[in-house]
Design a protein around this ligand. Structure first.
Ligand SMILES: [Zn+2]
Length: 68
């Protein structure tokens, strides 16, 4: 299980990046929301969308869950 976070600050395209713990682009507190531990990054992105509808996987650490 890996811990996931979503950034509270949108990117220029309006998306909120979802990161796994340890990503070099993971923002510090308070600019992130802890989502929980998931086995699958798709679950993490779905969870993030409950906070921010335009959540998307980080291009650095969650490329397999990045869409668009
Ligand atoms: Zn990341």
């Amino acid at each position: 299980m890996v811990s996931y976070y979503v950034s509270t600050q949108p990117q220029p395209n309006g998306e909120h990046a979802v990161h796994r713990s340890g990503c070099e682009q993971l923002p510090d507190e308070p600019y992130r929301v802890f989502l929980g531990a998931f086995t699958d990054c798709h679950e993490a992105v779905l969870s993030a969308k409950r906070h921010f509808p335009y959540a998307n996987g980080c291009t650095r650490c969650l490329q397999e869950c990045h869409t668009g």
